[in-house]
Design a protein around this ligand. Structure first.
Ligand code: 13P
Ligand code: 13P
Ligand code: MG
Ligand code: MG
Length: 381
């Protein structure tokens, strides 16, 4: 059976501040998801949370970008927002940028990751869900899962993975997409996806047969709204086993923490901490950024799960390292590189402060530096 997995997520109000969700809001979203199953639109649905964000994991046979499925998620988030407003939760309706639904939630605030495939004999998938970060947080782990044989032994050992995977990369500023094939174009891929402020991995395909392997949300709220409205807190769907990385290979990148953008006011760098569902509550300096891994076996379109995959003492070391990195970064306070560089601060509230001070700058006769990319000062051949 050909099925579609759609994961649509939004922050519709935090409890308390931006730290977590309120049970009444989650219950309202679940009510809509269940109604979608009852009326036959969905095969199944599962509602998960990470920090102040809620994701609806849905299975159906309607394909990607289906208006009815997107509308169901939108309506669920609108209804949840009403509850959040009633309780005066923080930032109620934060991610719902549009006044009314218009065909597809893309561009309206919520984050979306979708994939369509023929259900295999056994179909394990993992939905990763992060808070206090942005879509490019998946660039590094996706590279390791699908292109690094030091992480994924199957790339070397399993003949069905040996041809490698292709990455679809989006330039979030132009909206253009490029597909790069690994291992052949690995270094080209890394030129782009190492630049996390601009390039985001959107999807991964298996070279052998073009099968979809992973799909991520790429929505950048600030670029949609043109101002700071909270971070994009992304989702990622990954298929595992039988020609895809094993579940353990998919989880392995998270055992060694790395730094992502999005901590405190969306303006700071912090380590991405892999946590159990219960611990997905970023409180210290509104963080550090968190990620959960919800595992499902899909059975005739039904979501068997979720299984809380980071609820494992084997990830304690990663969590401790995150705490140590968090201390080190906090030492920098408001100084870079804990604070994000100026280009990334453009969509925060900082420009308002700069605006107030701009007339205080006076010319003291120093030559003006040439802007990067102007050609001046480049190394001669
Ligand atoms: P406000 O308190 O003005 O909302 O800003 C702080 C914050 O939490 C940023 O999202
Ligand atoms: P969210 O993007 O999760 O709402 O967090 C906002 C923030 O800036 C917290 O400090
Ligand atoms: Mg929030
Ligand atoms: Mg959030």
């Amino acid at each position: 059976m050909k099925i579609t997995v759609s994961v649509i997520k939004a922050d519709i109000g935090g409890f308390v501040g931006h730290s977590s969700t309120h049970p009444e809001v989650v219950a309202k979203v679940k009510e809509y998801a269940e109604a979608g199953c009852e009326k036959g639109l969905l095969l199944d649905a599962s509602v998960i949370t990470c920090g102040d964000d809620i994701a609806i994991v849905m299975t159906h046979t309607k394909g990607k970008d289906n208006e009815e499925v997107h509308k169901l998620a939108w309506d669920a988030f609108v209804a949840g927002t009403e509850v959040a407003k009633k309780l005066k939760l923080y930032g109620a309706g934060q991610d719902l940028l549009a006044d009314a639904f218009s065909g597809n939630v893309k561009g309206m605030g919520p984050g979306v990751a979708e994939m369509e495939f023929e259900e295999r004999k056994s179909e394990p998938i993992i939905v990763f869900f992060a808070d206090k970060t942005s879509p490019s947080a998946w660039n590094l782990p996706l590279y390791e899962m699908f292109a690094d044989p030091m992480n994924t032994a199957g790339l070397v050992i399993d003949p069905s993975m040996h041809d490698g995977f292709s990455f679809e990369v989006m330039d979030v500023y132009s909206g253009k997409v490029v597909k790069l094939e690994t291992p052949r174009e690995l270094y080209d891929l890394l030129v782009f996806i190492g630049a996390t402020s601009r390039y985001v991995v959107r999807a991964v395909y298996r070279n052998r047969d073009g099968e979809i392997a992973a799909a991520a949300s790429t929505q950048k709220l600030s670029l949609m709204a043109g101002r700071y409205v909270g971070k994009d807190d992304p989702v990622l769907i990954v298929r595992a086993q039988s020609g895809f990385p094993a579940v353990g290979e998919v989880l392995e990148p998270f055992a060694r923490p790395w730094l992502v953008e999005g901590w405190m006011r969306g303006s700071h760098t912090g380590p991405l901490m892999p946590v159990s569902f219960k611990e997905a509550k970023p409180t210290r300096f509104d963080g550090p950024p968190r990620v959960i891994a919800a595992g499902y076996q899909i059975c005739e379109g039904k979501l068997i799960g979720p299984n809380d995959l980071f609820d494992d003492p084997a990830f304690d070391d990663a969590r401790n390292r995150c705490a140590i990195l968090a201390n080190q970064l906090r030492r920098q306070g408001i100084f870079e590189p804990h604070r994000l560089p100026p280009e990334e601060m453009e969509y925060t509230t900082l420009p308002k402060v700069l605006e107030k001070l701009k007339d205080r700058f006076v010319d003291v006769g120093e030559p003006e530096a040439k802007a990067p990319g102007s050609g001046e000062g480049e190394i001669a051949e």
